[in-house]
Design a protein around this ligand. Structure first.
Ligand code: NAD
Length: 496
């Protein structure tokens, strides 16, 4: 079965028809880009073009800002419970369409189909979560000398820009607009240029569930389209998820705006010798996200610091588990791991693997194109595990964003901690030990915004603030902090 598989082709065809030939959604209408330019979306499993979508630029962003501004007064004045009704209706609609949206992501991003169906549902669930929190957007009263009343009210910004990456296309497109909407803002969503299809088809649900202009979806490349959104004077709040490099570019061009940045990670998994080796190997493999996104996840535990006493047994267990992962065509239900996103990214991951070998790390498995006749056209990198990685090597320092795990061993806790923290990144950390004091002491000491003790990167909990220290970003998501970050506080003073 290939892309000609009836379900995949049918989904593509239906989505193309529903979006009137892959148009953008601005002001509740399907529109072409003003310039008429289009860009090609590729299927990474077959190295073939699947669709042409509008290549938006500053003119299209301007139209979207106008649509968002026109919708803002009524949307922001609506009671939060009524906004929540729209969001919950949207969540149900996304769930109802999750198999089709998941298939579009499989075709467009290369991520395996079934995990992408779950991704669509995860995105939908954030609307339920933030809708439930809506009434918690409270102000305070402040004591004032000589009577009177001083109070604060959180108010929305207006039109906000939401820029997302490729690795969880539908989950991010559906879910990351939720807190901004519940808080009373209107949104311009800019999907990644590699994965516009699921977001565009979601436009049909936007049309059904929200008043025109409340959610606008503009496709285009990073600098021209995303850059125009960031630079727009009337967009006072930008929320960005993506690479550190783009985060820096956004900080340079945004001017005076409220910004949140969810950026990359090079996350440590620290393993003490007192653990159950099989359980920690399972967590290490799950936490690398081989099976959801080919390791293309900000939270992947790509640096494993294992105590030398148990290293050999740990490696054995990791290799046994990775051997069971089914690398295949993403549209198949049996597939667990697909190709990386683009040819360029494939080459980049391969150049990191070469650097690992050149700098003296020991290749334990992978390091090449994934085997299998059906996979030869696509950008399939085999699951790659390196041992004898030393602190400071390129593969230990830089975010590879691919299926490459680096194993380092340690004996001295103080030296290990120094190496763990000697990184520009600080997104997640994972500590495995059976000694709770050790776990809590290390959790305090690691420089990371989100820490698991005996958990793994696949386990994130709603309500728990997610975000990074250092270059991994600014701001926290999935929590009340995120909802409040889409408001600005107004102070009001009344004299008696
Ligand atoms: P990217 O930074 O290349 O692109 C992300 C988005 O930014 C895309 O929509 C792109 O078009 C847009 N963009 C690019 N240049 C721009 C510019 N100058 N102005 C405005 N927008 C611009 O990232 P990517 O390759 O799509 O995603 C991978 C990165 O995302 C990794 O570093 C990963 O760790 C990070 N990420 C972080 C999180 C998190 O929650 N911390 C989650 C997922 C991914």
């Amino acid at each position: 079965m290939s892309l000609n598989d009836a379900f995949g082709l049918q989904v593509l065809k239906t989505a193309e028809e529903e979006t009137r030939g892959w148009k953008m959604m601005i002001g509740g209408k399907w529109v072409e880009s003003r310039s008429g330019k289009r860009m090609t979306s590729m299927n990474p499993a077959y190295d073939e073009a699947v669709a042409e979508v509008p290549a938006g630029n500053a003119e299209d962003i301007q139209l979207a800002v106008e649509a968002g501004k026109a919708a803002f007064p009524a949307w922001s004045k609506m009671h939060v419970d009524d906004r929540a009704k729209h969001c919950r209706q949207f969540a149900n609609a996304v769930r109802g369409m999750s198999r089709e949206l998941g298939m579009l992501d499989a075709i467009d991003s290369g991520n395996a189909f079934l995990p992408m169906v779950d991704d669509a549902k995860k995105g939908a669930s954030l609307h339920d979560f933030f809708s439930g929190l809506g009434m918690e957007m409270k102000g305070e009263t402040i004591p004032t000398p000589g009577g009177g009343l001083d109070y604060t009210r959180p108010q929305p910004f207006g039109v906000i820009g939401r820029i997302i990456p490729f690795n969880h296309a539908i989950s991010f497109a559906a879910g990351k607009i939720a807190p901004a909407l519940v808080a009373g803002n209107t949104v311009i969503l800019k999907p990644a240029e590699q994965t516009p299809l699921s977001a565009l088809w979601m436009g049909k649900l936007v049309q059904e569930c929200f008043p025109p202009g409340v959610v606008n979806i503009v496709t285009g490349d990073g600098p021209t389209c995303g850059g125009a959104l960031v630079a727009h004077k009337e967009v006072r709040r930008i929320a960005f998820t993506g690479s550190v490099e783009t985060g820096r570019a956004i900080m340079r061009t945004a001017g005076i705006k409220s910004l949140s940045l969810e950026l990359g990670g090079k996350n440590p998994l620290i393993i003490y010798p007192d653990v159950d080796i099989d359980k920690v190997a399972a967590a290490a493999v799950a936490g690398m996200n081989f099976t959801v996104s080919q390791g293309q996840s900000c939270g992947s535990n790509s640096r494993v610091f294992v105590h030398s006493k148990i290293k050999e047994k740990f490696i054995e267990a990791v290799l046994a588990r990775t051997a069971k992962i089914n690398i295949g065509l993403p549209e198949l239900e049996s597939t667990q791991m697909g190709p990386v996103i683009t040819r360029r990214h494939y080459d980049r991951v391969m150049s990191y693997i070469d650097a690992g070998k050149m700098e003296g790390a020991r290749l334990l498995r992978g390091g090449t194109h994934a085997p299998g006749k059906a996979l030869q056209k696509g950008y399939f990198v085999d699951i790659t595990v390196f041992d004898n990685v030393k602190h400071g090597m390129t593969i230990e320092r830089e975010e590879i964003f691919g299926p490459v795990m680096s194993i380092l061993s340690w004996d001295d806790e103080a030296i290990m901690l120094e190496e763990v923290n000697d990184s520009d990144y600080g997104l997640c950390a994972n500590i495995w030990t059976n000694d709770i004091s050790t776990g809590m002491r290390m959790a305090d000491a690691v420089e990371a915004g989100y820490v698991w003790i005996n958990g793994h990167g696949g386990k994130r909990f709603k309500g728990a603030p997610f975000g990074g220290f250092k270059d991994s970003g600014i701001g926290r998501e999935h929590s009340i902090d995120e909802l409040m970050s889409y408001t600005q506080m107004k102070n009001i003073n009344i004299a008696y």
